[in-house]
Ligand binder design. Sequence first.
Ligand SMILES: C[C@@](CO)(OP(=O)(O)O)[C@H](O)COP(=O)(O)OP(=O)(O)OC[C@H]1O[C@@H](n2ccc(N)nc2=O)[C@H](O)[C@@H]1O
Ligand SMILES: Nc1ncnc2c1ncn2[C@@H]1O[C@H](COP(=O)(O)OP(=O)(O)O)[C@@H](O)[C@H]1O
Length: 289
Amino acid sequence: MTRLTLPAPAKLNLFLHITGRRKDGYHELETLFQFLTLADQLHFQLVAEDVIRVSPSLPGVALQDHLVFRAAQLLAPYRSDARGIQIEIEKNLPMGGGVGGGSSDAATTLLALNYLWELNLSLEQLAILGLKLGADVPIFVYGAASFAQGVGEKLTPVTPPENWYLLVHPGVHISTAAVFSHPELPRNTPKLTANDPITDWQIHHNDCESLVCSLYPQVATAREWLLKYGPSRLTGTGACLFTCFSSENEARQALHALPSTFRGFLARGVNRSPAHVALAALTEASTGA
Ligand SMILES: C[C@@](CO)(OP(=O)(O)O)[C@H](O)COP(=O)(O)OP(=O)(O)OC[C@H]1O[C@@H](n2ccc(N)nc2=O)[C@H](O)[C@@H]1O
Ligand SMILES: Nc1ncnc2c1ncn2[C@@H]1O[C@H](COP(=O)(O)OP(=O)(O)O)[C@@H](O)[C@H]1O
């Protein structure tokens, strides 16, 4: 096989507790990750020359900083021949939206190149490499909805309900680093205990939400609008907020009522990453399983 298309799905942080800060400045988190059917699409094509080509470019992102390019660079030394790769990205996920698009693009690149370059690296090896690119990369590499601890790399698979979500982007770009370095960010939520119902995410919260709403009035306005439909929540450090619905139809009706100042996305929560589903289908087809 010389070409491959794989999705790079969005994630939601159904809740996000900050339980402390490490000496290196990184924050200790407890968060519940679920994937969405909403995804970027990445097209991979092996080429004879020893190059890594990524197109189209992303606004404001130099090639050297592009997480897809960096993921390919990390894997290139493991090749046994000099075949290069051409990668084309259909970017559907809002950047800086808290849905992990960059990390997911990187993880999908690791999975795809491991397959196309026939590297036979384990998911654990790919996750260790991926963590160098971002705290969120391992969850996408493993591909199972999980309760995450540490900086997001200690993962326990769980199965929250696979609801329909309306995701609202309030039109602001939020820097993860800026939120985490803010003096008013709460950093001392007690750790959950073995008896806490982890997948009952609505009883938990996102420690970034109040701060982000006070720094970005558009996020607060979007939150107020979503609250008409049910409990709403910020994902990650924002900017996107979500609320859940029991059917696609209800979620679609809410999407139709969304003010034009916001962008809305309809998606289903899924506990297995669509990238893994696609890769498994491919492997089964090629082995005739
Ligand atoms: C907060 C979360 C929750 O899923 O998501 P996003 O809102 O970014 O999607 C993630 O932990 C983000 O992961 P990721 O986007 O990969 O962050 P990184 O590139 O590793 O880190 C960006 C910056 O955020 C800070 N950071 C990040 C993660 C963490 N646990 N503690 C931190 O203090 C650090 O200052 C770091 O320099
Ligand atoms: N492939 C990529 N997709 C998105 N952002 C990228 C990518 N590569 C590098 N970046 C940089 O990472 C930043 C955060 O990306 P993103 O994952 O979209 O945010 P978030 O973690 O909030 O969902 C972007 O603003 C951009 O500067």
